[in-house]
Design a protein around this ligand. Sequence first.
Ligand code: LMR
Ligand code: MG
Length: 385
Amino acid sequence: TAITAVRLTPVNVARSTGLVCGHVIVELETDAGHVGLGEMSDFQHLPRFHPDLGDLTSSLQSMLAGTDPLAANRIARLLEEAFPSAGSLYDKGAVIRCGIDTALWDLRGKLSGRSVSDLLGGAVHAALPVAYPVFRARSRDDVEANLDLVADRLAQGFTMFRVYVGGDLELDEMFLRALRTRFGDRIEIKSLDFSNLLPATGALRFIERTRDLGYALVEAPALAGDVAGLGEVRRRALVPVSEHVYDAASALRLATERAVDVLNVGLFALGGITPALRVAAIAEAAGLDCLVGTTQELSIGTAAAAHFGVATAAVTVASDPVGPLLYRSDVVVDPVAYTGGALQAPPGPGLGVHLDPDRLRELSGPLRWDRGATTTIIDRVGSTP
Ligand code: LMR
Ligand code: MG
């Protein structure tokens, strides 16, 4: 079997928060008739530019056309050479690699009649427990709205939440205290997500002030790249620390410097399942736990996260992908399912999701940016809720 064509379709999908996110749906066509589905998820992150998809299609086409989709070593090398890791979280090159890698795994599953998690050796977890994100409050109204959101999600069976902090710290603390007053122990706070917005000392001060509120983890509680700062938070606050991994080298560094307890393994940040497997191996060797991170994918990207997560023993901490619950629409026939607060890996073959051509057409259009301040991109809120 050989890949014959690479088709990229940009789509714009609104979230319930009003933010419109651009994704690129990948279809890898083959001479066997099978089509591998992938997703370059959520380009709506800084830096504020989008890739030129005409140019990208010809590059990928020249790299992949005529190649056997099972030639994983060769393809991984080609992709890593062409889109080298930038060592930052929203590296658009990694998002591009992830879309192709995902489509290749889907294709291999379809060719063999197996699900992606089967190809990864079989599921070791029944499903992937997830934490629902509560985006950063910028006003008292946001605090109230976020409390109502938690009430709604709790009624739907989500008991675990990831709370973004580090913007307006007074509002953050107000929200966290109100959360405990209103919901008590009925909810779990999986993590405070600092998103690398505060220096380690600032994060430490906030942790000291709020540690009575009971949360399992602090995520990214230092400026981006400050590995020593993460270690300092970890040792001083004695709260488990997690941080995103950008490539195998960054995972090794976090491990050897004993900077974290948990590696946040996001397929979008690493470039797909193939590089994520290397990071999982590093985690196992170093005795670190993993969670599956997210940029908030549509169902194709979320299915990839689910298959990887259920088949990876080191994933022991609640994960983050809830894109299909945040977006108002999707490009597949049946979106991935969440049962009892856990993401289910679709049965397969491949990723087990099916493209809906009508939905794809409706949502397709050039990638764009909404008007509005660049800070709203960081906070993941839109101008038109
Ligand atoms: C999102 O788009 O909501 C996420 O990528 C944000 C984040 O920091 O996880
Ligand atoms: Mg994102």
